[in-house]
Design a protein around this ligand. Structure first.
Ligand SMILES: Cc1cc2nc3c(=O)[nH]c(=O)nc-3n(C[C@H](O)[C@H](O)[C@H](O)COP(=O)(O)O)c2cc1C
Length: 153
């Protein structure tokens, strides 16, 4: 059990803020379990625990944005990843723009990918959401690499 957990911890990830809109409400959460799963069409997959508030936003709006955090943005990863939007307005004081899907796009990040939901699969405690990229952009900043001790030290 411990070996399995430790081995899984050695998979490598970036750090992403997944954002979505539901009516007038916006929310976002930090993620590591994000991957590209197709080039043509361009598709990405997210493994989101069903208990996350953002999970409901994606199911209802059928859209989300992947904000790729930049090197040095560990604080933003902690801000969106260590508290739930059920109890607070996470975007208060954070700079963002409204994307074409309505999802908020962080102004300061390495890149963003706006996606329309094309499939969702029950994976146990998580849902695997598959999104097709409909709008994307980059900034001249290298991406942040996930290190567990930056958030859960
Ligand atoms: C660095 C980091 C990575 C995370 N990766 C994931 C992930 O891949 N999947 C997931 O369901 N939760 C992940 N989380 C946890 C959520 O971000 C966290 O529970 C968040 O508070 C959920 O917010 P919400 O309830 O407003 O949606 C991660 C948290 C951190 C700090």
């Amino acid at each position: 059990m411990k070996e399995r957990r430790d081995a899984l911890r050695r998979l490598s990830y970036g750090v992403y803020v997944i954002s979505a809109r539901r009516g007038e409400e916006i929310n976002a959460m930090t993620m590591r379990m994000v991957s590209q799963v197709s080039q043509r069409p361009p598709r990405v997959a997210l493994a989101i625990a069903k208990v996350r508030y953002t999970h409901q936003f994606i199911l209802e709006s059928e859209a989300f944005a992947v904000n790729v955090l930049a090197k040095g943005q560990e604080m933003i990863g902690g801000h969106f990843g260590l508290r739930t939007g059920r109890d607070m307005e996470k975007f208060a004081g954070v700079e963002y723009e409204k994307g074409i899907t309505g999802a908020p796009i962080l102004t300061e990040c390495s890149a963003f990918l706006e996606c329309r939901l094309v499939a969702s699969h029950d994976m146990g405690n998580c849902t695997l959401f598959i999104g097709e990229v409909v709008h994307a952009g980059t900034h001249d900043k290298p991406p942040l690499i996930y290190r567990e001790s930056d958030y859960f030290g």
